[in-house]
Design a protein around this ligand. Structure first.
Ligand code: PEP
Length: 253
């Protein structure tokens, strides 16, 4: 881990009602006051909860982001949310290309690129998720896969915009209930490869881009990931959905 701030965040997916989310945020506010200012927290709730939760975190440094967005500003896209709408809520963070979006909603690398470009155009930070699947890993093409995903995601993104990119490396085989936690050595190698690509694309600017790790992170293994040189923070699912479990991690970082 470099000496930049440590980014720690959670994607709630479709797991909480608004009242559950508000209760969680109330407790997280108390925790946040006791944390080092080297830690930056973010939460990615469901769309209908963005506005109330944005209000609930006022006066704290907890950031709220969206789980997805469309690349167009407006139009006949039933069920979609545009970057302009997110900006109007006062948001500055959007997650793009989570593996579940790719798997269940057929998002491909080109869609991800369109969303990244649109997010940056609207001054939203793009949290770009990449990661190889189990077959890629077995076939030993995990490095090539993440390079390809990231290279396409960052097409037409100039160096002056890369400050607003955060990469989340989330190997698909390590995510969720059927996921197997990755070895820290493996994670370190993948993050080094991602850093290498960012430097190839953006020179010195690529050294600064945060690269988060996500996939079955829990209180027993999180330190092993944070100890890797190119891991700038963690993107946590299940182990952060319960505030007590997240607290255990936050107070040990
Ligand atoms: C995820 O789904 O992005 C994730 C990191 O989940 P988990 O931590 O539960 O594996």
């Amino acid at each position: 881990m470099s000496n930049q701030k440590v980014l720690l965040g959670t994607n709630w997916k479709m797991t909480k009602t608004l009242s559950e989310g508000r209760q969680y945020v109330k407790q997280l506010r108390e925790i946040e006051q006791q944390l080092s200012d080297q830690i930056e927290l973010f939460i990615i709730p469901s769309f209908p909860h963005l506005y109330p939760l944005k209000e609930d975190v006022q006066g704290t440094s907890i950031n709220i982001g969206a789980q997805n967005m469309h690349w167009e500003e407006k139009g006949a896209y039933t069920g979609e949310v545009s970057p302009v709408m997110l900006k109007e809520l006062g948001l500055d963070l959007v997650e793009i290309g989570h593996s579940e979006r790719r798997q269940y909603y057929n998002e491909n690398d080109v869609d991800v690129n369109k969303k990244v470009v649109a997010a940056l155009r609207h001054d939203l930070k793009a949290l770009v998720c990449i990661g190889e699947n189990a077959t890629d890993k077995t076939m030993n093409v995990g490095k090539e896969k993440v390079r390809q995903q990231l290279k396409i995601a960052l097409q037409h993104v100039p160096a002056e915009d890369v400050d607003n990119v955060i990469v989340a490396y989330e190997p698909v085989w390590a995510i969720g209930e059927n996921g197997l936690p990755a070895d820290a050595d493996y994670v370190a190698e993948q993050h080094d490869e991602i850093r290498k690509l960012l430097v190839e694309l953006y020179g010195n600017k690529g050294v600064e881009t945060p690269i988060l790790y996500g996939g079955s992170v829990n209180k027993r293994n999180f330190e092993s990931y944070l100890n890797c040189q190119n891991v700038s923070g963690l993107f946590i699912g299940r182990a952060a959905w319960d505030i007590d479990s997240f607290r255990d991690i936050l107070f040990t970082v």
